[in-house]
Design a protein around this ligand. Structure first.
Ligand code: NAD
Ligand code: DAU
Length: 359
């Protein structure tokens, strides 16, 4: 169990909240710095509200005085940076917010953390870590027969989102190489699981299915993704913090590849079984809601990650298969209808209307 003080950024979002919930130990302080954008939901961490060692601070990662004060007050042994604008479709409408947080915000955070780290005394200075959470999207799109991306594959991002993440990664790398900051980068594939905001494919499909709404598939639906259950990702990050090598990058993926259509059909089949009371089933299976819509501009055709390095060095491999992870995820959404209604607000409905129109 973790006994160190950690400062997590973006911990009210999907992966950050799952990370905090899986790693929190009442004996060690966990500071969560989150701007609480539309994607940040403090209720994700309701179960920690009465824990004196869980501290939520609403702030932008780019606010140097706030971050500096927190670092000096709590003296964390690691900073884990999840904070980002994360939705590719939103980055196409409004790239500026992505550049601001994922590049400029990352820069300010690095500056503040570097100043804190270089003033630390031994042995705290040697054991400190900055973990930057990144994505397979920085590598761009793979050709159909190409081998999966390794950590040495060049960055070739295709969306404003992935370009901004690549920019942040390059800054992190430079702060290690130039200033010696003990940083590590992780690049994970598509995550899914509890608490994911339903602008992303899997929760969107689960909730639309349950509400009898169209399931929008971009283009021909044959785009390939490697889906990773979020708790497997959290465990990989814990191992990287514990024993990852400074200055290195680690790919984290499930090793499987599925087309979007396959994933959506699997969810529909599971819902037919798990929710026979639903109006869509059994007379009219959930898959009958599948609707092909206009493709995403610059849509990456295929992502796949070679995860040999993390398996060999840290002994990590995912525990969940896609179907076991999807069953857990569907059950979570079924059991958390209050969470669902609290995030399907006017702003969410406006996003759906703006992006999908009348489908
Ligand atoms: P998310 O959108 O669910 O959450 C992002 C969180 O960051 C939110 O709580 C938001 O309020 C916060 N935030 C945004 N801008 C901020 C700022 N300027 N200052 C402080 N907080 C800010 O994202 P997620 O899916 O949990 O992703 C977390 C990280 O993992 C991101 O860096 C993302 O690029 C990376 N990642 C995500 C996936 C995935 O499939 N979701 C896969 C690989 C990597
Ligand atoms: O690969 C890691 C990345 O995964 C993360 O870095 C991003 O933060 C995260 O958002 C995710 O990006 P994607 O664009 O792959 O995820 P999304 O859930 O938006 O889409 C998954 C696939 O499904 C993609 O090929 C687009 C397609 N799609 C998505 C939506 C929302 C549809 O066909 N219809 C949809 O309505």
């Amino acid at each position: 169990m973790n006994t160190r003080t950690w400062l997590v950024t973006g911990g009210a979002g999907f992966i950050g909240s799952n990370f905090i919930l899986s790693q929190f130990n009442p004996q060690a302080a966990m500071i969560n710095v989150d701007k609480l954008t539309y994607a940040g939901n403090p209720h994700n961490l309701n179960s920690l509200t009465n824990e004196p060692n869980y501290i939520l601070v609403q702030s932008d990662i780019g606010n140097e005085p706030v971050i500096e004060a927190l670092l000096h007050k709590y003296q964390p042994e690691a900073v884990i940076n999840f904070a980002a604008e994360t939705h590719v479709d939103r980055s196409i409408y409004n790239p500026q917010a992505f550049i601001q947080t994922n590049i400029v915000g990352a820069f300010h955070l690095l500056q503040t953390v570097r100043n804190y780290w270089r003033a630390l005394k031994s042995p705290a200075r040697e054991s400190f870590r900055f973990l930057h959470v990144s994505t397979d999207e920085v590598y761009g799109s793979l050709e159909p027969d190409a081998p999966p991306f390794t950590e040495t594959s060049p960055c070739a991002p295709n969306s404003p989102y992935s370009a901004s993440k690549a920019g942040g990664d390059h800054l992190v790398r430079s702060y290690h190489r130039t200033y010696g900051l003990p940083a590590i980068i992780t690049r994970s594939s598509n995550n899914y699981g509890p608490r994911q905001f339903p602008e992303k494919l899997i929760p969107l499909v689960i909730l639309n299915s349950l509400q009898g709404k169209a399931l929008p598939i971009y283009g021909d639906g044959n785009h390939l993704r490697d889906w990773l259950y979020v708790e497997d990702h959290c465990e990989a990050m814990r191992l990287v913090l514990e024993a990852g090598r400074i200055g290195e990058t680690y790919n984290i993926g499930s090793g499987g590849e599925q087309t979007n259509l396959e994933v959506v059909r699997t969810i529909c089949a599971l819902l037919d079984e798990l929710c026979p009371q639903s109006p869509q089933s059994p007379q009219s299976p959930h898959a009958s809601l599948i609707t092909f819509v206009k493709d995403r501009p610059g849509h990456d055709r295929r992502y796949a990650l070679d995860c040999t390095k993390i398996a060999r060095e840290l002994g990590w491999k995912p525990k969940e298969s896609l179907s076991s992870g999807l069953i857990k995820t569907i059950r979570w959404y079924l059991d958390h209808q209050d969470w669902v209604s609290s995030i399907q607000t006017g702003a969410y409905r406006e996003w759906v209307r703006q992006h999908y129109g009348e489908i």
